[in-house]
Write a protein that binds this ligand. Structure first.
Ligand SMILES: Cc1ncc(COP(=O)(O)O)c(C=O)c1O
Length: 390
């Protein structure tokens, strides 16, 4: 039996005092937006970072440490996903978005568009234009009953319209889906037919609930290995985003060879404490991760009851991975951006659905990586908004 009392007891006052972005950007609100969790970090990571400080390890990144990051990730991947890459094919990134920018720069034809299935992680829609003056082709996902699924015909049409890069996000922020092997093979057929490249963002891969299994897209077969560049990090699952370390994982030797030059300055942005923290997370973080996942699993299930009891007309399906839930408010009469109404009226901050693309209108993204009593307060407050309009 898990004892959740320690995490249940964390208070809003403590969270504000700890000073995260989620809890300090909008004063006096309850933060449920940016993807930070409220559970601190794993003790082995704290110890490893103390050692970095005590030994004043603030110089440049030694090649041996970078090589160790590749090994630690490969071991973690083998343990959790059943298959680890060759450590030589893993290189450090400051963060996953720096990986996306580098892929656009060095692995796609000049001027080609980028396909972003929507609803999407918000920066996917902005970065290609801001960084590379590239067009984004939004492809709304389709519905299969209560599930979101990729619209393969529309993705094919987007390739035909001049795109080269398909952005995959698995597990998916914000919809919480974990793709099945069959779904990914069907996507691979389209990418192969069109000669495209996949940027596979697997940053949430450690955060998958019982009933689903993360399968790295590039590991499916020779085709996906050849047409994919993957990025991941311990940053979301172990709360390390500010330490600036992620991983780019190559599965095509030609892509890896290009990185020798293309990645040189990108890799300069990686921090040494971040590398140490990622290595420690991958090698010693399993107990903390399992405890955190169990807590999040309880929250995602509790949310089903809370939505049913307190949010009439709102639709929610339990995510298969991530600590993010995309709530569907379209039948509540709150308009395109319900998150703006909640922030204004009851001081709860969610991520606006429209920031996730056209397909996000009428939705809001809720971060349930928070103590259950705080989650209950969030839903109570949203419930008051709905009750006032009933
Ligand atoms: C799907 C996804 N990709 C990338 C990021 C950002 O990661 P990074 O800080 O490593 O760029 C996030 C952050 O929430 C995310 O959810």
């Amino acid at each position: 039996m898990n004892d959740f009392s320690r995490l249940d007891a964390i208070t809003v006052e403590q969270l504000r005092a700890a000073g995260s972005t989620k809890w300090t950007t909008h004063p006096d609100t309850i933060g449920a937006w940016i993807a930070e969790m409220d559970f601190g970090i794993a003790e082995p990571i704290t110890s490893a970072l103390h050692e970095v400080v005590d030994q004043a390890r603030f110089g440049y990144n030694p090649p041996s440490l970078v090589a160790d990051l590749g090994r630690a990730y490969a071991e973690f991947s083998a343990r959790r996903y059943g298959l680890g890459p060759d450590p030589e094919m893993v290189r450090p990134l400051p963060d996953v978005l720096a990986g996306m920018a580098a892929i656009i720069d060095h692995y796609t034809p000049a001027g080609s568009a980028v396909i972003v299935p929507t609803p999407a992680y918000m920066p996917f829609l902005l970065l290609p234009d801001w960084w590379g003056d590239r067009e984004v082709i939004q492809v709304p996902m389709a519905r299969d009953g209560d599930r979101w699924v990729y619209d393969l015909d529309a993705i094919g049409a987007a390739f035909d319209a001049g795109a080269h890069l398909l952005t995959l996000c698995n597990p998916h922020n914000p919809i919480g889906r974990v793709l099945t092997r069959e779904e990914m093979l069907a996507i691979a057929d389209v990418v192969e037919a069109k000669g495209g490249l996949v940027f596979s963002d697997e940053i949430h891969a450690p955060l998958v609930y019982p009933g689903s299994q993360h399968v790295p897209y590039a590991s499916l077969d020779e085709r996906t290995a050849a047409h994919t560049i993957t990025a991941t990090s311990a940053s979301k699952s172990f709360n390390l985003a500010g330490l600036k370390c992620a991983q780019i994982v190559f599965s095509n030797p030609e892509h890896r060879a290009t990185w020798a030059k293309a990645g040189r300055w990108v890799e300069q942005g990686v921090s040494l404490p971040g590398i140490v923290a990622n290595i420690t997370a991958y090698r010693e973080g399993d107990p903390w991760l399992l405890e955190t996942l169990a807590y999040l699993d309880r929250n995602r299930k509790a949310l089903t009851g809370l939505v049913a009891d307190k949010l009439p007309g709102v639709r929610y399906s339990e995510p298969e991975g991530t600590y993010l839930a995309l709530l569907d408010f379209r039948e509540t009469g709150l308009g395109d951006n319900p998150a703006a109404v909640f922030q204004e009226e009851v001081k709860v901050v969610l991520t606006p659905g429209p920031a996730c693309g056209e397909a996000g209108r009428g939705f809001a993204r809720l971060n349930f990586g928070t103590p259950l009593p705080v989650l209950e307060e969030i839903i109570d407050r949203i419930g008051r908004v709905l009750a006032a309009r009933a």
